[in-house]
Design a protein. Structure first.
Ligand code: HEM
Ligand code: HEM
Length: 186
């Protein structure tokens, strides 16, 4: 089923979720691999291009994902107890917000640094604004030292939450986000 049902996510929501997972992990891996090469080296530049391309992909996908999320009327209830459901929805809202502002802060950094951002060498996001080095530097810190680490921590908590559902609560919350799982009653 493409759409969400009463008790499971539709395949498009699952596709967005797992595609985003792969691309975000790709962005973190690429930027860390890049650091093991010298700045300005061919390899370093290549991994940085990959980092930016994955990040830009997040920024493109998030609007489709949010559009689909908002357009969907039936969103499965999170049936965990002890007020954790509230915490989970705040966590999800923050994840959505960070999937916007983490790449946005970096795109703005590149804008003010006067650097076009390439998407896998296929096209470039051109520079539209006048160069402003100090602003670029502040955005660099905001992106790399604050927003990206916050997203990372949230993702870890989110994964722990999913595992908690599966192994402690022993409910279907984790399973219903998995690609090929279908509720038996459907
Ligand atoms: C969800 C998407 C993204 C994530 C999770 C992410 C994550 C990160 C992290 C963790 C760092 C810090 C690396 C470190 O200092 O150890 C970083 C730095 C950086 N990111 Fe991103 N980023 C994303 C999107 C983007 C985009 C779209 C661009 C393109 C402009 C970009 C460009 C950069 C640049 C230029 C740096 C600085 C690298 C350096 O100082 O060597 N990032 N990013
Ligand atoms: C980049 C990493 C990830 C991000 C940014 C992310 C983001 C999200 C968001 C925003 C939602 C809420 C969906 C909505 O209500 O519209 C969600 C749901 C979910 N995620 Fe993730 N996720 C990530 C990785 C993972 C991983 C690795 C797991 C596996 C443990 C996982 C398990 C789940 C589950 C089970 C749900 C459904 C919760 C429910 O049905 O109430 N996520 N994810």
């Amino acid at each position: 089923m493409i759409g969400n049902t009463e008790n499971s996510w539709g395949w498009l929501a699952k596709l967005f979720h797992w595609l985003m997972f792969v691309v975000i992990v790709g962005a973190y891996v690429a930027v860390n691999v890049q650091e093991s090469f010298e700045k300005g080296s061919v390899e370093g530049d290549w991994w940085m291009m990959l980092h930016k391309s994955f990040g830009l992909t997040v920024f493109m996908l998030i609007w489709l994902r949010l559009g689909w999320r908002i357009g969907q009327r039936t969103v499965p209830e999170n049936f965990s107890g002890y007020g954790m459901a509230k915490l989970a929805s705040i966590g999800h809202a923050l994840l959505y917000l960070l999937m916007i502002i983490v790449p946005l802060s970096a795109l703005l950094m590149s804008q003010f640094a006067g650097r076009p951002v390439s998407w896998f060498g296929i096209f470039d996001v051109p520079v539209w604004v006048a160069e402003n080095e100090s602003l670029a530097e502040q955005l660099h810190e905001l992106h790399g030292d604050f927003l990206a680490p916050v997203l990372f921590v949230l993702i870890i908590l989110h994964i722990l939450g999913g595992l908690w559902h599966h192994f402690v609560d022993r409910d279907d919350v984790l399973k219903r986000m998995l690609p090929f799982w279908r509720n038996r009653e459907l």
